[in-house]
Design a protein around this ligand. Structure first.
Ligand code: EPZ
Length: 416
């Protein structure tokens, strides 16, 4: 399955269940190696990045099996600390295993995780913090060697509230000697979900959900089961699909409380949004309004992962608008394909200037990364005619089955 085919111009109707969160599942799966026994991870999304993490954990000695939508991880037999190159190169977020491996085996060896098309994505914040906790790093021929004679709690102040660095420090701190404080910690809901999982296993953490986390090391973590929360970015993506194609949909299990900035932006464009017991009911006006100036920010601001899907929606909204990306340095990869579909937009530094009011037309376009690829599918839903989105492998990294989900909303979408 390398491409997704869409016949656009059909307003969406119906309801779709939102899958478990990729960005909560990945660090929580990394955390399972801290438990010398079983962890049952419920509502785990069946996506490529989870399968990659499953392969990594198996390589390190875990026994893993799917039980429906739950992943059972037996980490009692973890015996490795060398992460296999292919999986690490294929998935940058394998970096979240660094802290966990150091806590479990006192060492870790991994290929330096490269950047990707959205940015260089350095790991200096991760390394500086772990050094403070007693980790020694060496780098030889693009391989990172990490070891410790025992992780020590420390007072850590992050220069930037990095999600991955906050998660790595948490995974290193829960079994460390003494107390760790993380100032300027990331507050994303996925960090909160990781803290909740760790607390379920007996970790001692205070300040969960705030930008100051206090962890007191304990001697061991115990077996538990934990349900992955729904994916706020998948819910937001399908919200933009409805904004672009028109219609009204129910996003079942959408994590409404985690989507305030996204819902505020959609409402500013004239979308009727109604939280209901089952999730989120969305009704799109005949014409979308311009949101004016949208700017990405760290949580609880407007999420960078929603930038590309909203850019697609802003191209069809009436009136001019500006979208500013401040988190990643190269996250405007879909500007060219959107222009090919008829959008009147151009990049100026960290801004995209949108003329709006475009009537998108079907085209053959290429996905170059996960959220941009999904945004092109959303744009195609509202385009006149047929669109082919190639490079769909990027999309399956984070969306279980975008074609199935959109067909449930009445869209004419299929994969080949
Ligand atoms: C997580 O990436 C998410 N990935 C990303 O989602 C998300 O876009 C990002 O957080 C921001 O919310 C996962 O959770 C698996 P960061 P992460 O560390 O941890 C710079 C998706 O589409 N930085 O908060 O890598 C970095 O270059 C993905 O699901 C440093 O300079 O994000 C970037 O500009 C894409 N040094 C900024 O901080 C460091 O040591 C944000 O990075 C670390 C980060």
């Amino acid at each position: 399955m390398d491409s997704i085919q869409i016949d656009g111009g059909i307003p969406l109707q119906g309801q779709v269940k939102i899958q478990g969160s990729k960005n909560a599942a990945l660090p929580i799966l990394a955390a399972t190696i801290l438990v010398r026994g079983n962890s049952l991870i419920e509502n785990c999304p069946k996506i490529a990045d989870v399968f990659q993490m499953q392969a990594l954990l198996t390589h390190l000695g875990c026994k893993i099996s799917w039980e429906g939508n739950s992943l059972k991880v037996d980490a009692s037999g973890v015996n490795g600390s060398r992460m296999p190159s292919e999986e690490v190169k294929a998935m940058r977020s394998s970096i979240s295993l660094l802290g966990a491996l150091l806590a479990r085996t006192s060492e870790a060896v991994m290929d330096f995780p490269g950047g990707c098309v959205i940015g260089a994505r350095p790991i200096d914040i991760h390394l500086d913090a772990l050094k403070q906790m007693g980790v020694v790093f060496e780098e030889k021929e693009d391989v990172l060697y990490a070891r410790t004679t025992g992780l020590e709690g420390s007072r850590i102040s992050l220069r930037f509230p990095s999600v991955g660095a906050t998660e790595n420090i948490l995974l290193a701190a829960v079994l460390a000697k003494g107390d760790t404080w993380i100032q300027n910690a990331a507050r994303e809901p996925e960090v909160e979900a990781l803290c909740e999982f760790l607390a379920h296993t007996g970790a001692w953490i205070e300040g969960i959900g705030t930008d100051t986390l206090h962890v007191r090391g304990v001697s061991r973590l115990t077996e538990t089961k934990f349900r992955i929360p729904s994916d706020r970015i998948v819910a937001g993506t399908y919200l933009t699909g409805c904004m672009i194609a028109g219609g009204s949909v129910l996003l079942k299990d959408a994590p409404v409380s985690q989507m305030e900035a996204v819902l505020r932006a959609a409402r500013s464009m004239g979308v009727q949004i109604q939280p209901v017991d089952e999730g989120l009911f969305v009704q799109t006006p005949d014409t979308l309004l311009s949101p004016g100036h949208l700017k990405t920010a760290v949580y609880p601001g407007f999420p960078t992962d929603m930038q590309s899907p909203f850019l697609a929606a802003m191209t069809v909204a009436g009136g001019e608008s500006i979208l500013t990306e401040v988190i990643f340095e190269n996250r405007f990869r879909i500007v060219e394909p959107l222009r090919k579909m008829g959008a009147d937009i151009r990049v100026s530094g960290s801004d995209v200037l949108i003329k709006g009011g475009s009537c998108l037309r079907g085209a053959e376009v290429e996905a170059r990364e996960l959220r941009g690829g999904a945004a092109l599918v959303m744009a195609a839903l509202g385009a006149v005619g047929h669109t082919t989105v190639t490079g769909s492998g990027f999309i399956y990294r984070g969306y279980e089955n975008i074609g199935r989900d959109l067909r449930e909303l009445g869209a004419r979408v299929y994969s080949v």
